[in-house]
Every structure is written in C-alpha cells, then in structure tokens.
Ligand binder design. Structure first.
Ligand SMILES: [Fe+2]
Length: 257
C-alpha cells in the first residue's frame, strides 16, 4: 500500500501546531446538538460534518454506499452555531471527513490507559490517495489534562503526554498511535476533532503553523504509571472473562466510529 502521507508526520507521527490564541465563545460548542456516542470514556459528540449532513456520528463505511473518512457533508444547523470552529476545521484546506466536537467527562489516568485505542480512519481508503489523520483543537482550558499517545499499547516507555490548554492544536496519525485523553478537570472537556486527508495542502498548513514533532511530554510519577499498568491488565482480564462467559472472543479496542 502506498498512501500519500505528510513528511512532517513521518518521524514521530504527530505535530503540535502554533496555538489558536483568540478566545472562542463557548456557545460555539455548548449550543450544538449532541448525540450520545460512547467513545474512549464517557463522551458525547456534536457533529459539524457527517456522512450525509445528518446529526449522527457513524463511520462513513457503515453507511450505504460505504466510503472512507473523506468528503464529509457540513451540517448547516450546526456550523451556523459554530462559525469559528468550522473555520478552524477548514483552515488547513485539506479534504475533511468527519468533523465533530467531543465532550469528555473527567476520568482517571488508569481510565485513560484502559481507553487507549487506535482509530480506523483509513478503512476503505484507496491506495495511492491521501492517508487520513486527525486534527485536534482543545476548546476548554484543560492545562492539567493530557492527550496520551503510545506506540505500543502495553509499553509506558513509548508514552508521550501532550498538555491541553485552550487553543492547543495538534495533528496526529491516530491510526498509528494508541491514544486517549486523561481529563483531570471538574467539568467536561471539549475538543474539535477533524479527519483530514494528507497531501500538499496539509503539508503547507503544518509548515505555516510551525508544526513541532518533538513537543514536551508531561512528566508523571512512575508509581502512578505502574499502578495504571496493573489496573489495565486487571480490567482487560476482567473484560475477557465477561466476554468468555457469553462465548465471545474479545477483539482489540479499535475505534469503529
Ligand atoms: Fe480516537
């Protein structure tokens, strides 16, 4: 398979861009229509672009006819309420697939580690076309929270932790990384997540926004990390047994939405 990928993401699989510094009216995300859609943790989603312009979050490959995560249809009733968010999603000039605001309730580090998953952005993607990656804009001021990225799901030595103050912008190959957010706030975290197609437009945008593939990783107490590893394996085993009791073989947690 030879997809078009971004050279800027080749080395580490992510870049942190210059932050978005002008304040955005919280009404742009609070007034949107949300759908209950369980992702990594306790979440809801407000789609801005979907398969056919409806307020739903299903993967484009789960519709008829199925397609990959490209050519999302903007939802006028949502984008009218969120002009800045819509502009931020469209700003790279790359093809947009799914675009939505995610609302995540506070969780623990151990929860986040258990929630680690790889996205399925490139299902049905055609060889020779652009690889789909994700952009994130953190909307709420979550300085104590972090996006956790692991090359190896079970190896904390491969872990990178990117802090999430308001306006943090990142582009991540979320199909490469095991990822989840540890949200330490008392109120929900909101983030704009957009599926973008790799290509010259995205490359130019990353360059113009000073994409940094070596951002600083938040340091954590090794004891906390070790405890979470133990808890991860305990929960996986607990889940495996529950599935086994129902005669189901547990699949790895690949995101299907
Ligand atoms: Fe994900």
């Amino acid at each position: 398979m030879s997809f078009i990928t971004s050279p800027a993401l080749a080395e580490t699989g992510y870049v942190v861009l210059a932050p978005h510094t002008s304040p955005i009216d919280p009404a742009e995300w609070l007034d949107l229509d949300y759908v209950g859609w369980r992702s990594s943790g306790v979440t809801r989603f407000a789609p801005l672009a979907s398969y056919a312009g409806d307020i739903e979050c299903n993967g484009f490959w789960n519709h008829t006819p199925p397609r990959t995560d490209k050519d999302g249809v903007w939802i006028a009733s949502q984008t009218e309420k969120a002009p800045t968010l819509t502009r931020l999603a469209q700003e790279p000039g790359a093809n947009v697939g799914r675009c939505r605001v995610i609302e995540l309730q506070p969780n623990s580090y151990a929860d986040a580690i258990y929630n680690l998953h790889q996205d399925d952005n490139n299902r049905l993607n055609e060889d020779g076309t652009g690889w789909v990656v994700r952009s994130f804009v953190n909307l709420t001021e979550d300085t104590e929270s972090m996006l956790i990225l692991r090359e190896d799901r079970f190896d904390p030595a491969t872990e990178l932790r990117l802090a999430l103050p308001a306006g943090t912008r990142m582009i991540v190959d979320t199909q490469r990384f095991w990822h989840a957010v540890w949200h330490r706030g008392a109120t929900p975290r909101y983030s704009l997540i957009t599926s973008l197609t790799s290509g010259p437009e995205l490359d130019a945008y990353i360059s113009a926004q000073h994409g940094d593939p070596h951002a600083e990783s938040v340091t954590l107490d090794p004891a906390l990390v070790e405890e979470a590893q133990v808890e991860l394996h305990r929960r996986i085993e607990e889940r495996r047994r529950a599935f086994e009791a129902q005669g189901i073989v547990m699949e790895p947690p690949v995101e299907l939405y």
